[in-house]
Design a protein around this ligand. Structure first.
Ligand SMILES: NC(=O)c1ccc[n+]([C@@H]2O[C@H](COP(=O)([O-])OP(=O)(O)OC[C@H]3O[C@@H](n4cnc5c(N)ncnc54)[C@H](OP(=O)(O)O)[C@@H]3O)[C@@H](O)[C@H]2O)c1
Length: 330
C-alpha cells in the first residue's frame, strides 16, 4: 500500500510517498481502507520535533516520538474510511462499515490502510457525512471539548474564543454554544461571517478591535490558537475567571501558580485525554446538526508536502483534508 513516511525530523520535504506493507488485523483489530485524513498542527509539531517551541519542549517531543528519529514513520491522526477486514474477536464492526475516528499520538492515518483496536477511538460515521467531512470532525473538537470540560463551562456563562477560525477555534465556538454559553468569537475580518454562522453571539475582528479594551469581563477566555496570554487577558476576566490555554510552555507554570495563588486561574492540562465516548458524542452532535467540521482545503495524499506547508502558515481556516483512495461517499 502507499503511505506518507518520514525518517527524520524536519521541514515538510522530509515527507515522501512510499510503498509499505499493508497491515493485517489480528484478534480485536479492524483494518480500514482510509478514504480521508487531515494534516493538522499535531502532525506539524511532531514532524519538526517541536523545534519552534524551544529546546526543552523539543526534547520532550522527541522523548514521546523517538529521540533520534521518529518511531512511527507514518503521521496523521484523523481518519474516515471503510472497514476492509476484521480480526476474529471483533464484534462491533463489519466489512463495509463506514467509520471515522482519531488515533492521537499513535498516528498512522496518512496511508491507504490502517489497523486499530475496535475499543479505540473509532465509530460508525455520522449519517449523511462524506469521508472528507467525517475525517475533519475530531481533532479540533476533541481538543476544544477537553479544554471546555477542564474549565467546566456551564449554561449562561460568558466565553471569548480567541482564534475562532482555527481547527480548535471553530470547534470551540460550536461546543461552547452547545454547552449554553454566551460566545464572543475573535478572528480576522475574512472569517467573521463564518464564525457567526457557527453560532457565535458576537464577533470581534482582531485586526480592528482589541477585546481586552472593550470594558467587558468574561467567565472564560479560551485562547484557541495560542496567540494571546494570561497577562493580556487578566483584566477582561471576571473575579473567578479562567484563561484556557492550548499552547505555550509558560502556561504550565502559570496553571500551577494560579492554582494556589489569586482568584483568576490559568488552565492548561497536559496530556489531553480523549475517549471513544467522545467520538460517539461528536457523531451524535453532527447528526443532530449541532456540529460541523469546517474545511478549508482538500489535497490528494500525493500532495501532502504542499498541504503541510499550508498548515504551517498557521492561517488555515478550520481543517485541511487529505483525500486518499478516491475519498467521497455520503
Ligand atoms: N490541532 C492540534 O492537533 C494541536 C495539537 C497540539 C497543540 N495545538 C495548538 O493549539 C493551537 C491551535 O491549533 P489549531 O490546530 O486550532 O490551529 P490552526 O487551525 O492552525 O489556527 C489557524 C487559525 O488561527 C488564526 N490566527 C492566526 N493568528 C492569529 C492571531 N494572532 N489572532 C487570532 N487568530 C489568529 C488564523 O486566522 P487568521 O490568520 O486569518 O487570523 C487561522 O484561522 C496552536 O497553538 C497549536 O499549536 C494544536
Amino acid at each position: 500500500m502507499k503511505a506518507v513516511v518520514y525518517d527524520r525530523y524536519g521541514a515538510p520535504d522530509v515527507l515522501r510517498l512510499e510503498e509499505v506493507e499493508r497491515p493485517v488485523p489480528v484478534e480485536d483489530e479492524v483494518l480500514m481502507k482510509i478514504h480521508a485524513s487531515t494534516v493538522n498542527r499535531l502532525d506539524v509539531h511532531t514532524r519538526e520535533a517541536n523545534v519552534k517551541s524551544g529546546a526543552v519542549v523539543s526534547l520532550l517531543s522527541r522523548l514521546v516520538s523517538g529521540v533520534r528519529r521518529p518511531r512511527q514513520r507514518i503521521l496523521g491522526s484523523e481518519f474516515a474510511g471503510e472497514v476492509a477486514a476484521v480480526g476474529p474477536a471483533v464484534t462491533g464492526f463489519a466489512v463495509g462499515d463506514h467509520v471515522f475516528g482519531n488515533t492521537g499520538l499513535a498516528f498512522g492515518t496518512h496511508a491507504e490502510f490502517m489497523c486499530m483496536k475496535e475499543s479505540a477511538r473509532i465509530a460508525q460515521m455520522p449519517a449523511g457525512a462524506s469521508f472528507e467531512e467525517a475525517a475533519a470532525i475530531t481533532d479540533g473538537a476533541l481538543n476544544a471539548l477537553w479544554c471546555l470540560r477542564v474549565a467546566d463551562l456551564r449554561k449562561g456563562q460568558t466565553i471569548v474564543v480567541y482564534g475562532a477560525s482555527g481547527a480548535i477555534g471553530t470547534a470551540g465556538v460550536q461546543l461552547a454554544k452547545y454547552f449554553g454559553a454566551d460566545v464572543t468569537a475573535v478572528c480576522n475580518t475574512k472569517n467573521l461571517e463564518l464564525v457567526r454562522s457557527l453560532g457565535a453571539d458576537s464577533v470581534i475582528d482582531y485586526t480592528k478591535d482589541d477585546f481586552t479594551k472593550n470594558g467587558q469581563t468574561y467567565d472564560v477566555i479560551f485562547d484557541a490558537v495560542g496567540k494571546h496570554s494570561f497577562k493580556r487577558s487578566k483584566g477582561s476576566l471576571k473575579p473567578r475567571g479562567i484563561y484556557l490555554a492550548t499552547d505555550g510552555f509558560r502556561n504550565l507554570f502559570l496553571a500551577l501558580w494560579t492554582s494556589r495563588f489569586g482568584q483568576k486561574k490559568v488552565m492548561f492540562q497536559l496530556p489531553p485525554r480523549y475517549a471513544k465516548k467522545d467520538i460517539l458524542f461528536l457523531k451524535e452532535l453532527v447528526e443532530a446538526g449541532k456540529y460541523r467540521a469546517v474545511i478549508d482545503r482538500c489535497y490528494q495524499l500525493e500532495d501532502v508536502v504542499e498541504a503541510a506547508r499550508y498548515v504551517e502558515t498557521q492561517q488555515k481556516t478550520g481543517n485541511v483534508v487529505l483525500t486518499i483512495n478516491g475519498g467521497r461517499a455520503r
